[in-house]
Design a protein around this ligand. Structure first.
Ligand code: FAD
Length: 310
C-alpha cells in the first residue's frame, strides 16, 4: 500500500510527488507517456521564474530529477479507473491494481484541435494554442485567432500587446464571449473580425505559417488571409475520462477542488490543468502540486489520529 499515488507526471504531478516524498511518504507517479506532460510539446518557455528561457523538454527533465530525488517511483501505466474503497483507494491500470491511502489526480488537459490541413504540420512554427506562452514571439506580426468564445476573444486582446494586427475568425456573425469581453475587443483598434468564416487550411513555407485559407460559410467564398501566426481557441478538453463516474467533475469534465486541492472524496486531490480554474500554466500547476503534496501528509496524519481515537 502506497501513501500517495500521483496520476500524471506533468509539472503538477511531479511537484506533488516531490513535496509528498520529501515528507517521507511512499509515493508512486503513474504516467502514460514521457514525464513532462505538455512541457514536452513546448519549444521555448520564457515565463517560468528562474530561467530567462528554457526548452520545455529540458524543464521536464529537471522536474523529473527533483520529483524522484526523495524516492518517489516513476511508473508507466494508463490509469483507467480510481475506486474509492473508503479508508484507501484503488488505482487501476491495464494490468495492475495499486492500493494507496491517497490519490492526486494530475492528468491535465488537451487543446481541442481544429482538424484542418496544415494544423499539425505547422504546430510550433506559427500554430499555437497558448497566447500567454507564445504571444511574445510575434512582435509586430499579423495574427489570426480562430474562435469566438471567452478564451478566443480574451486571448486576442492579450495578443494585441505584441502583434501589429489581430484578426478574429469566427464561424458565426456574433461572438459567444461575455458582453464585457466583447466590448473590450470591439474598442481595440488592433482587432478586426472575419464573420461567418471558418479556417479550411493553414498554409506556409518551409519555415513558418504564411496564411490561412478561409471559407465564408454563408457565401461559400474562399480567400487566403495572410498571417504570421494562428492561435486556435476552439476549446480545451480535460483528461478526466477515468474519473467521470466518480462525481468529482463539473458538467464540462473539469475536477472541482477547494483551495487545498481536496476533491469531494476524502483522500483524493486534484492539481494542475485538470482542475476547474482560470489560468492554466506551468507556474499554477506547480503551485497546485506543492499544496497537494503537503496536504496529503496532513490528511494521512489526521487519519492516524482518527484511528487512535477509535
Ligand atoms: P500536463 O502537463 O497536461 O500533464 C498531465 C500528464 O498526465 C501528461 O503527461 C499525461 O500523459 C498524463 N496523463 C493523462 N491521463 C493519464 C492517464 N489516464 N494515465 C496516466 N497518465 C495520464 N505554460 C507555461 O507556463 N509557459 C509556457 O510557455 C507554456 N507553453 C505551452 C505551449 C504549448 C504548446 C502547450 C500545449 C502548453 C503550454 N503551456 C505553457 C501550458 C502548460 O504546459 C500547462 O499548463 C501545464 O503543463 C499543465 O501541467 P499539468 O501537470 O497540470 O498537466
Amino acid at each position: 500500500m502506497y501513501d500517495v499515488i500521483v496520476i500524471g507526471a506533468g509539472p503538477a504531478g511531479m511537484t506533488a510527488a516531490l513535496y509528498a516524498s520529501r515528507s517521507n511518504l511512499s509515493v508512486a507517479m503513474i504516467e502514460r507517456g514521457a514525464p513532462g506532460g505538455q512541457m514536452n510539446n513546448t519549444a521555448e518557455v520564457d515565463n517560468y521564474p528562474g530561467f530567462e528561457m528554457i526548452l520545455g523538454p529540458d524543464l521536464a527533465d529537471k522536474m523529473l530529477e527533483g520529483a524522484t530525488k526523495f524516492g518517489a517511483e516513476n511508473l508507466y501505466g494508463i490509469v483507467q479507473e480510481v475506486r474509492d474503497c473508503g479508508e484507501y483507494q484503488e488505482v487501476v491500470t491495464g494490468d495492475q491494481v495499486y492500493q494507496t491511502k491517497t490519490v492526486i489526480l494530475a492528468t491535465g488537459c488537451e487543446h481541442r484541435k481544429l482538424g484542418v490541413k496544415g494544423e499539425e504540420e505547422f504546430a510550433g512554427r506559427g500554430v499555437s494554442y497558448c497566447a500567454v506562452c507564445d504571444g511574445a514571439f510575434f512582435r509586430n506580426r499579423k495574427l489570426l485567432v480562430i474562435g469566438g468564445g471567452d478564451s478566443a476573444v480574451e486571448e486576442a486582446a492579450y495578443l494585441t500587446q505584441f502583434a501589429s494586427e489581430v484578426v478574429i475568425v469566427h464561424r458565426r456573425d456574433e461572438l459567444r464571449a461575455q458582453k464585457v469581453i466583447q466590448d473590450r475587443a470591439f474598442a481595440n483598434e488592433k482587432i478586426s473580425f472575419l464573420w461567418d468564416s471558418v479556417a479550411e487550411e493553414i498554409v506556409g513555407n518551409d519555415m513558418a505559417v504564411t496564411g490561412v485559407r478561409i471559407k465564408n460559410v454563408k457565401t461559400g467564398e474562399i480567400h487566403e488571409e495572410s498571417a504570421n501566426g494562428v492561435f486556435i481557441y476552439v476549446g480545451l478538453d480535460p483528461l478526466t475520462e477515468p474519473f467521470r463516474s466518480s462525481g468529482l467533475t463539473n458538467e464540462e469534465g473539469w475536477i472541482k477542488t477547494d483551495d487545498e486541492m481536496r476533491t469531494a472524496i476524502p483522500g483524493v486531490f486534484a492539481v494542475g490543468d485538470v482542475r476547474e480554474k482560470n489560468l492554466r500554466q506551468i507556474t499554477t500547476a506547480v503551485g497546485d502540486g506543492s499544496i497537494a503534496g503537503q496536504e496529503v501528509f496532513n490528511y494521512i496524519e489526521a487519519q492516524k489520529d482518527v484511528k487512535v481515537s477509535k
